[in-house]
Design a protein around this ligand. Structure first.
Ligand code: GTP
Length: 307
């Protein structure tokens, strides 16, 4: 099952960088060596076995952008599943970027009217933390005003933290055909293991695919007060993606292969292990009576079912 994903945005906005980090095992610092993309770079990435992402990384220099809209519209914008438009938050010519965005939307409307549209407001790390939310909202508003009521999702991203994983997890998850079924099966597995939470990650990218958290909001106090320490961190999945992916890459540098991990702390234990040929599973258990051998046994037993 092939799905065409278009990456567009002005030159230097970060398209090739994010593609290389998510799909080609680059770390953020490596992207400083990347040269400008000439014309369009095509790559096929196998995701979860039978889903193939056909990535079109469209070089963003003006000379290429103008050719796309003048001569190649039908070819580039036809049969697109997702248009990912990347804005550099520190762009020196935002009006021009927005004009190219509008051109892309028009071309998508004509050639792939059911395509999803995601805008990544990128390089957020360049904005001081206290100003990030405001800068994001201001650009998001301009993008939405130009989007003419189309269903556009915006994410603030940076290659230097987990926000990149959050956005790409959401994008890729929307392309997985049997996501709901997978979620139901994970719920059952979670109950069988008596786990607090189970998360499924794609094996190569370590993007979170789905999760089961039976008691997700049980800890929220009934009086509506926000006992922050009790509430789960809403970025925990992408943080784990980021940390484990970096750890896997460090292992590979030392000629070792990451296979599994067990983390114990006074209140809980976390287990990460290969589940199928395309996935890793992470199991969080707070019941200290559950032995790690029991968790391993359950993962081994579940393997065939999830394969
Ligand atoms: P073209 O191929 O010319 O269209 O450019 P591109 O959009 O593919 O940009 P590229 O990925 O080559 O990135 C350009 C520069 O931006 C590189 O030096 C990256 O290291 C840098 N960069 C990418 N993402 C980020 C980010 O999130 N934050 C910061 N600070 N720099 C970034």
């Amino acid at each position: 099952m092939k799905k065409k994903v278009l990456l567009m945005g002005k030159s230097g906005s970060g398209k090739t960088s994010m593609r290389s980090i998510i799909f080609a095992n680059y770390v953020a610092a490596d992207t400083r060596r990347l040269g400008a993309t000439i014309d369009i770079e095509h790559s096929h990435v196998r995701f979860l076995g039978n889903l193939v992402l056909n990535l079109w990384d469209c070089g963003g220099q003006d000379v290429f952008m103008e050719t796309y809209f003048r001569n190649q519209k039908d070819q580039i914008f036809r049969n697109v599943e997702v248009l990912i438009y990347i804005f550099d938050i520190e762009s020196r010519d935002l009006d021009k970027d927005l004009q190219y965005y509008q051109n892309s939307l028009e071309a998508i409307r004509t050639n792939s009217k059911d395509a999803q549209i995601c805008c990544l407001i990128h390089k957020m790390d360049l904005i001081p933390i206290t100003k990030r939310e405001e800068a994001f909202r201001a650009l998001q508003e301009r993008v939405m005003n130009l989007s003419g009521g189309m269903n556009v999702k915006c994410y603030g991203t940076s290659i230097w933290d987990e926000t990149l994983y959050r956005a790409w997890s959401a994008i890729v998850n929307s392309l997985i055909p049997n996501a709901k079924y997978l979620e139901n099966e994970l719920d059952k597995f979670c109950r069988v293991c008596d786990a607090d939470e189970i998360i499924l990650f794609e094996r190569i990218t370590f993007l979170a695919i789905c999760h089961s958290t039976p008691g997700e909001f049980q800890q929220t106090p009934e009086d509506g007060s926000t006992a922050k320490a009790l509430l789960p961190d809403t970025s925990r999945f992408e943080k784990v993606s980021n940390i484990i992916k970096l750890f896997k890459l460090s292992c590979a540098k030392g000629q070792a292969q990451f296979k599994s991990m067990e983390v114990r702390s006074p209140g809980f234990a976390a287990y990460i292990d290969v589940l199928t040929s395309n996935t890793y599973v992470m199991i969080i258990v707070s019941d200290t009576n559950i032995q790690s051998a029991a968790v391993t046994l359950n993962v081994n037993a579940a393997r065939k079912h999830f394969q």
